[in-house]
Design a protein around this ligand. Sequence first.
Ligand SMILES: C[S@@+](CC[C@H](N)C(=O)[O-])C[C@H]1O[C@@H](n2cnc3c(N)ncnc32)[C@H](O)[C@@H]1O
Length: 155
Amino acid sequence: MLFEPRPIGFVRSDYTDTKQVPKGLGAKHVAEGVLEIVPEFEAGLQDIDGFSHLFVLWVFDRSEGFELCGMPPCDDRAHGVFATRSPFRPNPIGLTVVELLGREGLLLRVRGVDMLNRTPILDIKPYLSGVAPELLRRGWLAEAEERNRGKRPRT
Ligand SMILES: C[S@@+](CC[C@H](N)C(=O)[O-])C[C@H]1O[C@@H](n2cnc3c(N)ncnc32)[C@H](O)[C@@H]1O
């Protein structure tokens, strides 16, 4: 199968520069934005209104290249790219969970965007988490939080 990804829409957000997006341990993503869907895919939005949260798959279209092992902004130790949410990945695909605030036709108003304005959207799926909190392990992130407790965050 030949797979040729094409945007199903674009993000409208107030972020125009990567430096504006909150980063690091405990960063909160509460920014509101809009997912603007391309008209030819409108029928695919039917019944989306009933879901409180959505997975959004998108393209890091303003990242250059990739780094298999790198230092995330929330730690002073390097980690493998597949153990991080780094924008510098072999396939530059981002994944964000957003809260759906409302739909007006082709526009989905959402909260929790961490994407730059005009970021291409590859797919949207309803967020359904079946993993019990007590079964979740947070790997190096939990260790970094423990080490950095009480320290000033890196910028
Ligand atoms: C750490 S990544 C995490 C993104 C997503 N939540 C994920 O887990 O895949 C978030 C960063 O990606 C960068 N970013 C957002 N939109 C981008 C775009 N269109 N191209 C390149 N980098 C982008 C911003 O600097 C933002 O701080």
